[in-house]
Design a protein around this ligand. Sequence first.
Ligand code: NAD
Length: 316
Amino acid sequence: MSRVLVTGAAGFIGSHLVDRLLAEGRDVVGVDAFTGYYSRRTKERNLEDARGNERFRLVEGDLLDLDLDALVDGVGCVAHLAGEPGVRRSWGPNFPRYVARNVLTTERLLEAAGRAGGTRFVYASSSSVYGSDPGRPVGEDHPRAPASPYALSKLAAEELVGLYRRERGVPGTVLRYFTVYGPRQRPEMALSRFLFSALRGRPVDVFGDGGQQRDMTYVSDAVEATVAALGAPPGVYNVGGGNRATVRDMIEAVRRATGMDLEVRYGPEAQGDVRSTWADSSRAEETLGYRPNVGLEEGVAAQARWAARALVAAPA
Ligand code: NAD
């Protein structure tokens, strides 16, 4: 089995992917720059299990500076999960960082994959490229209508994957993840904020009226789709969890999972936050054998257990 290069290996989804590949006996090279989007301490904890595995090697560095030919050399597949996430922060002065970390990193990696020849490439894109859904599930051919600079940068990176597939023969796949949650979820994401606030007995601020709806994907389901894509023909796939929940539903699920009350303060809407996301994942089901199998109640409970342990390990 060929070695896999996972970029963003210390991040939320990347670290789960690393653990999953190691569990399968694969050799994994992880790359991460430990960017300041959230704390290094949190990212180091994400890698605790992987660091003890002799099949894992971590290269700490920025994809914008590293010698990527050396990194891609001898690797059968690249899972490119590194990036600057977050819709709300992507406006104005932060935009150059989104271009650098989402678009330029992808171009540099595709160049290296093209030179290496035959390296499979899987890109972690986002449901945000669609904008808000039209009240029904969206398939991959639904028009793209980014509502934030973040979404635009993800779409630009997707286009690069398509360009290098057509013009340079790089077998590239695009996965459009829909709101991924579970243990290690990024601290600024809604469910993470709700859980940590509930466990600390603090109030939480909600953007808008809480009626925003998300197709929620448990992290192990997103990871299974990614592993399947590493061994499948190139394509573009939605990866949704099949659990649609409003922000208010998430808050209720957090109350049930923690047994704690949560004081909620509703505020103005965040610019770029879409009203609703809804995936038609049938293409991934048919081609990748993708079957999301963790429901919202079970998934939130697992994330709540993890959050409680994380608070004990590093009290605020
Ligand atoms: P994350 O922030 O936890 O992980 C990203 C990692 O990439 C971080 O550890 C960061 O240090 C690293 N990184 C960023 N720029 C880098 C660079 N130039 N060089 C090396 N490392 C760099 O984010 P996540 O939630 O795990 O998301 C992973 C990917 O999936 C991202 O590309 C994101 O856009 C995409 N995505 C995530 C979600 C979600 O719900 N979490 C949904 C859709 C798409």
